[in-house]
Design a protein around this ligand. Sequence first.
Ligand code: IMP
Ligand code: MG
Length: 175
Amino acid sequence: MEDLKLDCLISESQIQKRVLELGQAISEKYKGQELTVICVLKGSIMFFSDLVRSLSIDVKCEFIGVSSYGNNTSSSGEVKLTMDLTNPAKGKNILIVEDIVDTGLTMEFLKQTLSARQPKSLASASLLLKPESLKTKCHLDFVGFEIGNDFVVGYGLDYQGFYRNIPYVAKLNMN
Ligand code: IMP
Ligand code: MG
């Protein structure tokens, strides 16, 4: 991997603090109910695993794969399912967990795909949101941080498959 410079945007402690807050809000919303939390592979793995551990309600974990990006830093605009859930979503409280919402096309695709399966309820959470990049009116129920249009990596987010294991979110300095 070429040696690109990383500029820290959101520190490990900021992330952990915010994840706990989101966990509390989600636990409050679904108090007394069961929640199926869906990890959108691969970018959400870190956020998902910290988030589910911060929930104080009954939780089931599911995984789904989508792809919209090639090996570059802008959306191809095409979203496809690369791996499906292993259990039916029908009648369940579903929470989709994304790493980042950029154009919003992936989240819209996931919402459409899952709502067609008649869940009891369908909500969405994303660690990061780039409000200026949105191409759809994508409503999110839980957002960690709003950020600018920079390409970011770390805490699950990648550039050409690398940097997912960095424990904080960083801007990738391409210059
Ligand atoms: P969207 O469909 O344009 O909203 O893009 C969603 C997906 O693109 C995310 O789940 C990420 O996998 C990827 N993505 C968007 N912006 C970034 C970024 O800044 N860094 C890394 N991946 C990103
Ligand atoms: Mg993703």
